[in-house]
Design a protein around this ligand. Structure first.
Ligand code: HDE
Length: 687
């Protein structure tokens, strides 16, 4: 990029141009042109360094300080820009500007993350995903700092450091990285019955999403809306992905982490780059004090949901991500979310988790970003006017102008600086607060199993089986048997069958059920909204087909399948034995997107293999191809193949009799038959 104005001088000869780090000439940070960026200043070509090499010292000094502390949780994340569009105004329940007018668009920045792993950990760890949204509204920044799971492990924020210590790497050995499959985590959890509902969610496929684009988000806590008349309504926030829900299988997750540790961030980057903008609907569950009083659970308890079947989710807007970051550090790393960033019309409740979060986020930003002036960093700056009397501090980019830096003052409206706005300034909802001071947990928080059981009952049998095997896997990694057994004692209060399966898988006898602080409610109705498989996509849109091609592949079939998949909204990825590509039967060069070795089938939602006779024989001898097919088959993917490619079945050790999820392409009708099945994503009937 060129300097905008080489001189930067105005008519009076005053320099106004600020450094924008985008000139053509290499300079120091002081703007001094650099003559040689390859060699430091020496006394003779083979001599010692000279101390007056300020160019070298400044360069190394800055490099030495490049790292800032990573987030203590949610360190690994990826962000993008976009907008929120109000579809259904909410003026009846909130005065928030953002919900005032249909069609109103508000800029947003969203950061998705895993929780436990460090910044360099892999994307497909079994973990909760953060779903943090910063709305740059006309009345200040509103941050909805949510997760992809609507409940949490603990009920009181004072337990958070213990939970996170237990989940992260064990302190003596510094591992395991980004996984909960170890003694410390399950020790803590098995001693914390309030976690049991969350345990069902984290052992489900919710924690191994196929893409950020295909997962839900939740504000988790009950918040408050306040309207212009000063009336309050409780609200829970939901993000619903337009592309439907989708997760990977555990065996895929393990392999994807090796094949592409950046699977989720690459997916977001690619989708936005291709103009296939990820989209979610914002839904709200609205309810009043009367509902709160009659609901079986406490609406302030973040380990509970309010089933959608009980309080429907009203869709009020849409979120579209349409721009990737220009600079990962400047935006994704430096963005600072805070639950206490709320705007007039939105307020907190006394949820004891939310109350604690309201302290933690500001505190952690100071440590991480190094100065209370992190609101001056562009990604954190509100897009509306900001005027106050805060001043100074490290890295202050802007200070109040003029003589007056206090309030009240008598300098008059013009010179005296900003004034309070009693009409529209933020006012806390005047909730009555009383009670004796004490460290207590409300009795209304005491039921830890009913909703865990409801969640389990709401899953399809396939999903229930995944929960059981995830528990067996995770607990199987615990060295101490009493921890495994203590967990099974909790499962007995959730579902007898599940407990038995897990005990069996762990080769354990059944323990006594854990004591219950309150007798569970056993007849809560199943909630279909909680299942991923019941809420999948309606089309193949945004999904990937891995298409393996060999030299001499049938040109008509290649074009036919590419067209059909793209018509279905899918993204075909051409995979060839070598990266340069192949020439099809018509002599057309088909450049490869990926070489076979680098594109295992776990990276795709469905696969197809179009091979000539010779090509198929060569593929049959390639271990990467045999794994490709065997994995696609065992992961229950839809598979299409040209007749010559049928030799691969035997090479991959697969049964000769094919189910209808495996389609031999003899003609274009077969392509249609194959593509029409793709929205189902997996052929679950395959054993
Ligand atoms: Fe957080 N959490 N959290 N959390 N959280 C942080 O703030 C904390 C909780 C969530 O992409 C930290 O800036 C406490 C629930 C997300 O930058 C920290 C408690 C939910 C992100 C913090 C919770 C979340 C964070 C670390 C228990 C879902 C990443 C870095 C009361 C509703 C935001 C930072 C991003 C990050 C504290 C529990 C979501 C330490 C004390 C529940 C998405 O302040």
């Amino acid at each position: 990029m060129k300097d905008k104005d080489q001189s930067g001088l105005d008519a009076a000869g005053v320099l106004h141009q600020t450094a924008d780090e985008s000139g053509e000439k290499l300079t120091t940070r002081q703007g001094v042109p650099v003559s040689d960026n390859q060699n430091h200043l020496k006394a003779g070509a083979r001599g010692p360094m000279l101390m007056d090499d300020f160019v070298f010292r400044e360069k190394l000094f800055h490099f030495d300080h490049e790292r800032i502390p990573e987030r203590v949780v949610h360190a690994r994340g990826y962000g993008a820009h976009g907008f929120f569009e109000t579809l259904d105004p909410l003026t009846d329940v909130t005065s928030a500007e953002i919900f005032r007018k249909a069609g109103e668009k508000t800029p947003v920045f969203v950061r998705f993350s895993t929780v436990a792993g460090n910044k360099g950990s892999m994307d497909l760890a079994r973990d909760v995903r953060g779903f943090a949204v910063k709305f740059y509204t006309k009345e200040g920044n509103w941050d909805l700092v949510g997760n992809n799971i609507p409940v949490f492990f603990i009920q009181d924020a004072i337990k958070f450091p213990d939970l996170i210590h237990a989940a992260k790497a064990e302190p003596d050995r510094g591992f395991p990285q980004a996984q909960t499959a170890h003694d410390n985590f399950w020790d803590f959890i098995s001693l914390t019955p309030e976690s049991m509902h969350m345990v069902m969610w984290i052992m489900s496929d919710r924690t191994i999403p196929r893409s950020y684009r295909f997962m839900e988000g939740f504000g988790v806590h009950t918040f408050r809306f306040v309207n212009r008349a000063g009336q309050s309504t409780f609200v829970k926030f939901h993000w619903k992905p337009a592309g439907g829900l989708q997760s990977v299988l555990w065996n895929e997750a393990v392999k994807i982490n090796g094949a592409d540790p950046d699977y989720h961030r690459r997916d977001l980057w690619d989708a936005i780059g291709a103009g296939d903008f990820p989209e979610w609907h914002l839904g709200v569950q609205l309810f009043d004090e009367a509902f709160a009083d009659e609901f079986e659970f406490d609406i302030l308890d973040a380990t509970k949901i309010i089933p959608e079947e009980l309080v429907p989710v009203r869709i009020v807007g849409r979120l579209v991500l349409d721009r990737v970051v220009d600079n990962f550090f400047a935006e994704t790393e430096q963005v600072a979310f805070h639950t206490a960033n709320i705007v007039p019309g939105i307020d907190f409740t006394d949820d004891p988790l939310l109350q604690g979060r309201n302290f933690s986020y500001l505190d952690t930003q100071l440590k991480r970003l190094g100065s209370p002036n992190f609101t001056h960093i562009p990604i954190n700056q509100p897009h509306c006017p900001v005027s106050h009397f805060h001043q100074d501090g490290h890295m202050a980019m802007r200070n109040p102008k003029g003589r007056v830096n206090y309030e009240p003052n008598s300098w008059g409206a013009e010179k005296g600086g900003p004034r309070e706005d009693p009409a529209r300034g933020f006012r806390s909802w005047p909730a009555a607060a009383s009670g004796e001071r004490g460290r207590e947990r409300s009795e209304t928080f005491a039921d830890h199993y009913s909703q865990a059981a409801q969640f389990y009952r709401s899953q399809t049998p396939i999903e229930q089986a995944h929960i059981a095997s995830a528990l067996v896997f995770e607990l199987g990694k615990c060295e101490r048997e009493e921890i495994r057994s203590r967990m099974v004692s909790h499962l007995l209060n959730i579902d007898q069958d599940l407990a038995r399966q897990v005990a069996d898988g762990l080769n354990l006898g059944l323990p006594e059920p854990a004591p219950c602080a309150r007798e569970p409610i056993t007849d809560l109705p199943a909630s279909p909204a909680l299942s991923i498989l019941s809420n999948g996509p309606e089309s193949f849109s945004g999904r990937k087909l891995g298409l393996v091609l060999t030299e001499g592949a049938d040109a008509g079939m290649v074009s036919g399948i590419l067209d059909a998949v793209m018509d279905a909204g899918g993204v075909p990825v051409l995979i060839c034995p070598r990266v340069g590509g192949v020439t099809d039967s018509d002599g057309t060069l088909r450049p490869a997107d990926e070489a076979l070795e680098g594109a295992p089938s776990v990276l795709f939602d469905a696969v197809a293999i179009l091979a000539s006779k010779e090509g198929a024989e060569e593929l049959a001898g390639n271990p990467a191809m045999r794994d490709f097919l065997a994995d696609a088959h065992s992961h229950k993917k839809f598979i299409a193949f040209s007749p010559d490619a049928s030799v691969l079945w035997q090479a991959a050790g697969l049964p000769a009799d094919l189910d209808s999820g495996c389609v031999q392409l003899n003609g274009t009708d077969d392509i249609d038959q194959f593509v029409s099945q793709l929205p189902k994503l997996r052929y679950w009937e395959r054993p």
